[in-house]
Every structure is written in C-alpha cells, then in structure tokens.
Design a protein around this ligand. Structure first.
Ligand SMILES: [Zn+2]
Length: 181
C-alpha cells in the first residue's frame, strides 16, 4: 500500500531541498507526484491467468512491440520497454491481451530490466504450463540518456528457455519475428 500523504510530504521536502522557491506552479506538485506513484505501483493488471484451448500444438505463439513503462530502481527514472514474448503452445494458449497484462504487471515496479525479463518469463511459463518461453526486452533508460554517459542507446535483455535456448528453429523464428517487427 502506498501512503499517499507521506509521499506528498516527502515530495514537498524534496522540492525544498532542491532549492526551489514556493511558487504557484509547485503548489500542487506534491499531491500530483503522490497520485502518480500510487497509480504506477498499485497498477492492477486484471485477470492474467485465463487460458483457452487451442488446436495449435507445438506451434510458436509470439507477440512483439508491447510498449510498457517501468522505473529503474537505482535512479527512480523511467525505462521505456518494448517487450517481445514467445512460447511453444501445448494446447492451451493465453490471449494476447494477457501477455500484455503480464508485461505491465512486472513493469509497474521499481525494477531492473534483467529481473523484469525473468519475471515475465516465469509468469508466462507458470500460466501456460509451458517450459519453452522466450522473452526479449529492448529498454531505453532515462538514467543512461539524461545522466552519466548521456547517450541514447537500447539495452537488450533476453531470457530463452527450453526449445528457445538452443540454436534451432524456435529461437531463429522468434528472433526473426522481432527483427521484422
Ligand atoms: Zn538507472
């Protein structure tokens, strides 16, 4: 649970500590910032464990270009994440919106991109009962672009499990899909 009042108070202190004068434009800032954190961290992904039966067995199901936003836990700065998820169906499949919900669920945290990639793979695997899961995230980190090295760049993390781990058809197909998408 987010203590909105305390977040607002802390934000007010932060604004003062940053040497900002009490001007009109900042009056509502602490409350707005508190509402943002509540909305971000208490995000409700809805139902994600609904699968349905499918005739596709041993077929790769993949979705690319899921855009979600996370927050780097080292700097509290945003990460724009383009998430691709693939898995080999064993007769039960997840709706596409469920994959998006799973990506959102793990983005709405103070995160590390590597951990988020693993958490999404864990959840897709647990929900579908499938060991063959691939997750790839292309992350643009504001903590890299706005501070430190101040350079635009993408960080790529991937989690390849089961049939996606070895060089073979599944892995090739998945990586080709991402390149094309
Ligand atoms: Zn960072």
């Amino acid at each position: 649970m987010i203590d909105e009042a305390r977040v607002a108070l802390a934000t007010e202190k932060l604004v003062h500590a940053l040497g900002q004068s009490c001007r009109e434009g900042l009056a509502e800032t602490p409350a707005r910032v508190a509402r943002f954190w509540k909305e971000f961290l208490e995000y409700d992904p809805g139902k994600i464990d609904v699968t349905f039966e499918s005739t596709s067995i041993d077929q790769m199901i993949a979705v690319t270009g899921l855009r979600v936003y996370s927050m780097c836990e080292h700097h509290l700065l945003p990460i724009t994440c383009d998430v691709s998820i693939g898995y080999i169906s064993v007769g039960r499949v997840l709706g596409l919106s469920k994959l998006a919900r799973i990506a959102h669920k793990h983005a709405h945290k103070l995160q590390l991109q590597e951990r988020m990639t693993q958490q999404i793979a864990n959840e897709v695997s647990a929900t579908t009962g499938v060991p063959d899961v691939a997750v790839l995230i292309e992350g643009v980190h504001m903590c890299m672009e706005m501070r430190g090295i101040k350079t635009a760049g993408k960080m790529i993390t991937s989690e390849m499990r089961g049939k996606f781990r070895d060089p073979g058809r599944a892995r090739m197909e998945f990586l080709q899909l991402i390149k094309g998408g």
